[in-house]
Design a protein around this ligand. Structure first.
Ligand code: PBG
Length: 337
């Protein structure tokens, strides 16, 4: 903290409302700003052609076939959004105990990346690395003797990262929270000469009930059932431990780090940015989107206003960028303002 106590002044000589009296002055004195280039649009893809299904708990979010998704991404690029993060709704019959479909070079996500890179190569593409969209049990890792097996899982994740890089993915984003996965994935990418593929680690990913709508969207909720992810995702009571996760990931070669969820974890975001001063991202997760939208539908809040305010709060807390389902709407609003 800067010690500016000498400059604080006092009333009546000092009136903080002076700088706030007009819109131009508020703009001039704003400490942070939100621009479309801060946003990564999170999207769901599915099999099929010219099909789009709505997600009941996420109003206005669609799970789209690749052809429709590409069209929407071109529109997003035209709104100034620099990157998209894509998540697959894997057909149930392809889900297995070991999540085999994750390393299939012809899987849904790889085909989506190829299609995107063909139509709009200038758009950054982020792919999730984790097994939950592919496992019959909905866990992010494979299960051995009733436990999520860390070291066996990261071997599969390394292969998953390579098939995504081969498809043309720019940023590999591991969201699984296994120990040592960043180093293992970096090693595998480098071995296959993907030295310039970036790694955005979901470093401080908490075990959160705010992921509910996402799990519905990719169809992992019913597979997971009553099980949870507490043996690998962070405990919501912890903050120092989140910093240790970030430190380890940076040491293992992460180019960018992430905090997730967003709004209930602004303190973590702030600490991470202050401590490490590295490119830091925050994920406004499905449950955050759902609650703000739902309150809007009930007429209890203005959902556009609270969504915009929440995005600004991420920038203020220290985020360099924000993953959000609301990226296109936000970008349009910013451009109009
Ligand atoms: C998969 C993954 C999850 C999210 C992103 N990647 C769900 C989970 O960990 O259960 C959640 C995103 C959201 O809720 O919007 N590992």
């Amino acid at each position: 903290m800067v010690d500016n106590s000498n400059f604080l002044g006092s009333y009546p000589k000092t009136r903080l409302r002076r700088n706030r009296q007009s819109s131009w002055s508020r703009d001039l004195t704003s400490e942070t700003s939100l621009s479309p280039s801060d946003l990564i649009w999170t999207i769901f893809v599915r099999e099929g052609e010219n099909v789009s299904e709505s997600i009941p708990s996420m109003p206005e979010v669609e799970c789209m076939s690749i052809d429709l998704m590409v069209k929407r991404v071109i529109e997003a690029y035209d709104c100034g959004i620099p990157a998209v993060a894509i998540f697959p709704k894997t057909p149930e019959h392809l889900k297995t105990e070991m999540g085999d479909e994750s390393t299939n070079p012809d899987n849904l996500i790889c085909r989506a990346v190829i299609a995107l890179k063909k139509s709009i190569p200038q758009m950054g593409v982020v792919c999730d690395v984790a097994l939950d969209p592919y496992t019959s049990h909905g866990q992010d890792g494979i299960i051995e003797d009733g436990q999520i097996a860390n070291d066996a899982t990261i071997e599969i994740l390394a292969k998953q990262a390579v098939v995504q890089a081969e498809a043309g993915c720019d940023i590999i984003a591991p969201s699984d929270m296994m120990d040592g996965r960043i180093g293992r994935i970096r090693k595998e990418l480098d071995h296959y000469n993907f030295k310039n593929v970036q790694l955005m680690s979901y470093s401080a990913k908490f075990s959160s009930s705010f992921y509910g709508p996402f799990r519905e969207a990719i169809g992992s909720a019913s597979n997971l059932g009553q099980a949870d992810k507490r043996t690998y995702q962070l405990d919501p009571r912890n903050s120092d431990e989140a910093l240790r996760e970030v430190a380890l990931d940076l040491e293992e070669g992460a180019d960018m780090v992430m905090v997730k969820p967003g709004m209930p974890y602004l303190d973590i975001l702030h600490r991470v940015k202050k401590t490490f001063a590295v490119p830091t991202y925050v994920y406004q997760v499905s449950g955050e989107y759902a609650m703000l939208k739902a309150a809007g539908e009930k007429g209890w809040l203005n959902s556009d206003d609270v969504l915009m305010e929440s995005l600004k709060s991420f920038k203020r807390a220290g985020a360099d960028g924000i993953l959000t389902y609301w990226a296109v709407e936000a970008a349009k609003k910013i451009q109009k303002a």
